[in-house]
Design a protein around this ligand. Structure first.
Ligand SMILES: [Zn+2]
Length: 303
C-alpha cells in the first residue's frame, strides 16, 4: 500500500494512486470575509482561549484558498458556516448558498441556531437544495434540545440531509456540549443523519459507542489523530478495531483553512490507520476520503 502524503504537493498524486477521482471533504469552512478575519483574530489569541497557540496554516484570500483546494484535488466539499449568536443564521445560510452557487466543487449548505424563525430559513435552504447542515453547539452556546430546534431536527431527518454537529467538549467545553446531551436529540430523532464533528473529541470512545447504537450516526476525521490534538484528545486504545467495525461511518473532514498544520497531515493520519491494520487498508481510505462523504451528500457514482 502507498504510504500517506508527506506534503500538500504529494496529496493529488496520492489520491490518484488510490484510484480516486478526487477527495470529498465534508467539513471545512468558508465565511464572509469580515467574519473570517474575526475568526482568525480569535485564533490569534488561542493561547488564552485554548491554552495553546493556533497558527492558521491557510490564512490567505478566498481565491487563494480555493486554489489550494484545487491543487489538493478536493473536488467536492461542504463549506460550513455557523452563528455564534441569534439573528445570524438566516443571512449566513443565504451567504453560503450563494457561495456554493458561484464556487465549483462547493455543495450548498445551511446552518441552524436555537431561535424563532429557524425552521423558515432552514426550510428555504433545503428547498433551495442545501445538502448539508452545520450545527455548532460549542460556539453557538445553545442547547441542542431546545424546543425551538425540535422541528428543525425533524426537517433535517426527513430531508435525509446530514447535519455536521460540533457537540463535543473540545477544544473547550461549552454550556451544552457533551455527547450525552446530543444523544437526547438522537433519541427523539433516530432517523437523523448526524455527523459528529471531530469524532466527538475528546470523547472519541463515547462517539464510537453512539455510532454502534445509531446506524445513521457518522464521525468526521477533523483534527483527529494529528500531532496537534494527540495530547488533549488521544485516540482510544482499540481505535483500529472500532474503525474496522464501522468503516462506512467515518468521513473525511479537515477544518481547512483554520488548522495549525498542513492539510496533508490530516490525510497522513488517516493513511496511518489504514496502513496499521489489514482490515482497513486502501478500501478504508477510498470509503473515508470519497465514497462515504459522497453517499451522505448524494453525489451519485460520478461524484
Ligand atoms: Zn469546523
Amino acid at each position: 500500500m502507498v504510504s500517506g502524503p508527506l506534503t500538500d504537493a504529494d496529496v493529488a498524486p496520492w489520491v490518484a494512486s488510490l484510484g480516486l477521482p478526487h477527495l470529498v471533504d465534508l467539513h471545512l469552512h468558508f465565511l464572509p470575509d469580515r467574519m473570517q478575519q474575526k475568526v482568525w483574530a480569535y485564533f490569534d489569541e488561542a493561547a488564552e482561549h485554548y491554552g495553546t497557540p493556533w497558527p492558521i496554516q491557510y490564512r490567505m484570500s478566498e481565491e487563494d484558498r480555493l486554489d489550494v483546494l484545487r491543487k489538493l484535488n478536493v473536488g467536492v466539499f461542504a463549506p460550513l458556516v455557523y452563528p455564534h449568536k441569534p439573528g445570524m443564521g438566516a443571512w449566513l445560510t443565504e451567504w453560503v448558498l450563494d457561495f456554493a452557487a458561484r464556487t465549483p466543487g462547493a455543495v450548498p449548505t445551511a446552518t441552524i441556531y436555537a431561535e424563532p424563525g429557524v425552521t423558515s430559513y432552514l426550510g428555504a435552504a433545503l428547498e433551495a437544495g442545501a445538502r448539508c447542515v452545520k450545527a455548532h453547539v460549542q460556539v453557538g452556546g445553545y442547547d441542542p434540545r431546545d424546543p425551538l430546534l425540535d422541528q428543525a431536527w425533524g426537517m433535517i431527518a426527513d430531508a435525509g440531509v446530514p447535519v455536521v454537529i460540533h457537540c463535543g467538549h473540545g477544544p473547550a467545553p461549552g454550556e451544552f456540549t457533551g455527547l450525552d446531551v446530543f444523544e437526547e436529540v438522537l433519541r427523539r430523532h433516530p432517523a437523523l443523519t448526524a455527523v459528529l464533528a471531530h469524532a466527538g473529541m475528546p470523547e472519541i470512545g463515547l462517539a464510537l459507542d453512539l455510532a454502534q447504537r445509531y446506524p445513521r450516526l457518522h464521525l468526521d476525521t477533523t483534527m483527529v489523530g494529528v500531532a496537534f490534538t494527540a495530547g488533549m484528545s488521544p485516540l482510544p486504545d482499540d481505535w483500529l478495531d472500532r474503525l474496522a467495525a464501522l468503516p462506512d461511518r467515518i468521513v473525511l473532514g479537515t477544518d481547512f483553512p483554520s488548522i495549525p498544520y498542513p492539510y496533508a497531515e490530516q490525510l497522513a493520519a488517516i493513511a496511518g490507520w489504514a496502513q496499521a491494520d489489514d482490515r482497513l487498508g486502501e478500501p478504508f481510505l477510498r470509503a473515508v476520503l470519497h465514497d462515504n462523504p459522497s453517499r451522505l451528500l448524494r453525489l451519485g457514482t460520478s461524484g
